[in-house]
Design a protein around this ligand. Sequence first.
Ligand SMILES: CO[C@H]1[C@H](O)[C@@H](O)[C@H](O)O[C@@H]1C(=O)O
Length: 674
Amino acid sequence: MNYTMCWLEYRKLPENTISNLKDWFSSVSILESDASALKNEIREFSEKSLDITPRFHSRPLKKKKYIMIGSLDSLPFGIEEDPGEEGFILRTQNWNGSKILVVTGKTKRSLVYAVFDLIRRIRLGEDIEKMNVLEKPKAKFRMLNHWDNLDGSVERGYAGNSIFFKDNRIIVNQRTRDYARLLASIGINGVVINNVNVKKQEVLLIEPVYLKKLKRLADLFREYGIRLYLSINFASPMYLGGLDTADPLDERVARWWREKAREIYDYIPDFGGFLVKADSEFNPGPHMFGRDHAEGANMLARALAPFGGVVIWRAFVYNCLQDWRDYKTDRARAAYDNFKPLDGKFDDNVIVQIKYGPMDFQVREPVNPLFGGLEKTNQILELQITQEYTGQQIHLCFLGTLWKEILEFDTFAKGKGSYVKRIVDGTLFGRENNGFAGVSNVGDSVNWTGHDLAQANLYAFGKLAWNPDEDIEKIVEDWIRLTFGDDRKVLENVSYMLLKSHRTYEKYTTPFGLGWMVNPGHHYGPNPEGYEYSKWGTYHRANWEAIGVDRTSRGTGYTLQYHSPWREIFDDINTCPEDLLLFFHRVRYDHRLKSGKTLIQAMYDLHFEGVEEVEKFIRKWEELKDRVPYDVFERVRERLHTQLEHAKEWRDVINTYFYRRTGIPDEKGRKIYP
Ligand SMILES: CO[C@H]1[C@H](O)[C@@H](O)[C@H](O)O[C@@H]1C(=O)O
């Protein structure tokens, strides 16, 4: 095996723990037929962590202690609680003269979650004798989006090549299974395996040449409760069906999709559905035929509905051919302007997938006003686990803290308490088909994610999607202990590094909600005007006295897309949260912040601070030599040093840019290149 198993690396447990657990795991009763995924996992864990090989039985046992796994229906006794479709129960109780640990739920998928959770709890030291757990996921859709292409490349991938595709073929192997295990262990229940930009070759994925192999992939995923989804090209009826249009209101088009859906479901009876990037960045969509997004999405949704599939329709729609001289168009407004008028027009099996912010996964953006803006539309929150704009897995940048802030944002859509997390779990507007999508950070590198510590981003994504109320500190702690074991120093230092790292990255790159300032195309490294005169709608318009776009009611009017009190708070330079100041306002460099500092001085200070913090991360990591596996230590150390070098580059380029623009020196006289 040429890769690690991340947080599922089952190391041997301490002797005293083993002796307590051996009895429990030596014989396991599984009242389910077709339970190979469950058995495999228990065997893996028992052999590696407990040094025993468990025996499996298909009936209740006569034994002092044992584990009994089975769906609620199969248990020889009743259980009152309702764990829902995907939730589960772990409970130690007396029954028929034995002490049993009952592992149960309604569905196959729930049992998979239950077994992974049991192993996780045991590895974290929970007492099996006192187990009493009822767990249910809060959101229904917990998906990963891969931006993988059939040739094996990954758009915005920083961890090697695709684990799904190579040379225009689909890969199904042991690594695929291990990936399914990793995802199931964090509660992911759907995977879109191909890029939302569906190009020539990928259009063919819904044709029989590929469906045969996709069936095998779906069969494997199914064992782990994961449904397969595909990104499709809206113009497929033209590419594949020989039609001269893809107009969603043309009956020939609708029929073509109905037949296509039937064909797909013949191969994959539980196929999840389609993810669609339409009328966005040169991908075709309904606008090309004079139709709106609801008409486009509903047509596809009606083709999938008879089979239980959904259409996930992205809200990432904006004018990507803007002229920088055009001061009226504001890209930040685009998602809301396009989708708010369609609220209530989408079929029930359509879900609109919305990026967390109005622009594009910058290190910090305000929460997309569509959250709270849409009330009668199913919604998925799209987060970017892959670090396109946050250091490309060379920089340490743990995103869980940012995501938590997003989830805790109160939209005030229905008054106080209208948190984003209550929208994506469906409770705020009483909708069922809601959830999370994360753009995957995984590739075929040894550690799956390029940077070993970037595994924490994948883990945290799954955990927050399962339960957005969970503390991020707790998620981090669990990840560290599962990944590296129980060394206190490792826990202390790595959690320090992870929890600070996003703020640090923000400091030495583009604080105050500024964003962009990256090199065009690959998006790595500083370039203050890289996107200033381009067509992408991403301008800061810095001159000698001020910087930022006026998005207030006096400017582009973007603030008006929020509910009160946010629209007033954001609208006023004195009440706008300072870490978003330059997102909402055009601000003079000598503007005084709450700290009393001028904007320009704060800008300099943050950049120096950011670099110092990276130096501190390195010291913290150096202390862990001999406490984490040698290869991990070396890999992370190397990346941290590259991060430091590149953080200095960011600091100097940005500071110099501002100095040259303003001529205002650093009050503290530090080195800024003139
Ligand atoms: C897949 O395309 C991506 C594109 O690479 C990326 O730079 C931008 O962030 O967003 C696009 C999207 O989300 O569709």
